[in-house]
Design a protein around this ligand. Structure first.
Ligand code: FAD
Ligand code: NAP
Length: 271
């Protein structure tokens, strides 16, 4: 089933005749820019997910029908609420409904969560590289809100590529998380590398991620080499970015998980 399809098929564990979604209430809406927002909703007690998963959300469209789209959870798996990070695409059916969203409104959340962008998809490694464009950062925030990831790796390297610095969502929280874990014995060190591509001088790194890998600047900034033995990579966001990185990293010997054999890289494309 396509990630944007309405959840009308049976879901394992959900009794037949039971609706495939729950109706939740919007608790908070925060705009980072006029076109990028985070929102929180109530969470059904039975809703479960692994950090990195997505769920389909339903909102009433202009014609009164419900439009469903997949969204990655940003919240921790243990939070009582759900949190999402979204961009408003001009003319998009879901975006139009999302732009109207206010605290107290209803939103439908499919009971099941999905995806392979989870740490357990990867072979054990030393460094975890989380490479995101735009709203693709969302699932990585959820992953970083999970204490177990801080114990599983020596270094967590977050690279967030955006057009403008105002789109560096969660920048403060990522820095705070890094500071907090710095004091914990045995915890990973987090390195946050923002990349602003359309605002000269905003960040030290300003080229697209594949270019930064090709010319060695990303490894230099991270103080770590990309190696099949030690590095694990998760890539989320723009599909062309994902495609290019799949080729670039594949040529260096990195593989995705196949038939139960854990690999060194995992991808989620948002369109
Ligand atoms: C597995 C999965 C998880 C997703 N998780 C998220 C998420 O956490 N946050 C989020 O904002 N979107 C996410 N998306 C995209 C989201 O489902 C919608 O496509 C998006 O909200 C736009 O919906 P729309 O109906 O307004 O426009 P659509 O008709 O769905 O999309 C129109 C066009 O908008 C562009 N576009 C769509 N999504 C994005 C995006 N996220 N960033 C930049 N350009 C985009 C593409 O060019 C796309 O062709 C995810 C998609 C998939 C497949
Ligand atoms: N961001 C905005 O200001 C804005 C405003 C209005 C509407 N929108 C809508 O949002 C959508 C895009 O939003 P977005 O900015 O979140 O996503 P995006 O276009 O994917 O850009 C996010 C980051 O990814 C980089 N990138 C884009 N394509 C890439 C590729 N093929 N390889 C490597 N890196 C790549 C961009 O670099 P580059 O800068 O080099 O492209 C940017 O740093 C558009 O469909 C548009 O309709 C966005």
């Amino acid at each position: 089933m396509s990630p944007s399809a309405a959840p009308d098929l049976p879901i394992a564990g959900v009794p037949t005749g039971h609706s495939k979604w729950t109706t939740e209430r919007v608790l908070d809406v925060r705009y980072w820019t006029p076109a990028m927002l985070s929102f929180r909703t109530t969470r059904d007690d039975a809703f479960r997910f692994t950090p990195g998963h997505y769920a389909r959300l339903g909102l009433a469209a202009d014609d009164g029908s419900i439009v469903w789209r997949p969204f990655s959870m940003v919240s921790a798996a243990t939070d009582h609420h759900l949190e999402f990070l979204a961009v408003l695409v001009p003319g998009g059916a879901f975006s139009s409904a999302l732009a109207r969203l206010r605290v107290g409104d209803s939103i439908q959340v499919e009971r099941a969560s999905f995806g392979f962008l989870t740490v357990d998809q990867l072979a054990a490694g030393r460094d975890l590289w989380l490479l995101a464009s735009g709203t693709g950062l969302g699932p990585f925030v959820s992953i970083l809100r999970d204490p177990s990831v801080w114990r599983a790796f020596e270094r967590l390297i977050v690279v967030h590529s955006v057009r403008r610095s105002s789109e560096l969502a969660y920048r403060t929280e990522l820095t705070t998380l890094a500071d907090e874990h710095l004091l914990v014995a045995g915890a990973a060190r987090l390195l946050y590398l923002p990349v602003v591509t359309r605002e000269q001088g905003a960040t030290a790194l300003a080229s697209r991620i594949p270019r930064l890998i090709a010319d060695g600047r990303l490894e230099e900034a991270a103080g770590r080499q990309l190696s099949v033995l030690a590095s694990r990579l998760m890539i989320c966001g723009n599909p062309e970015l994902a495609l290019t990185l799949r080729q670039v990293l594949g040529a260096r010997g990195f593989a995705t998980s196949r038939r139960g054999i854990p690999g060194q890289m995992a991808f989620e494309k948002y369109w």
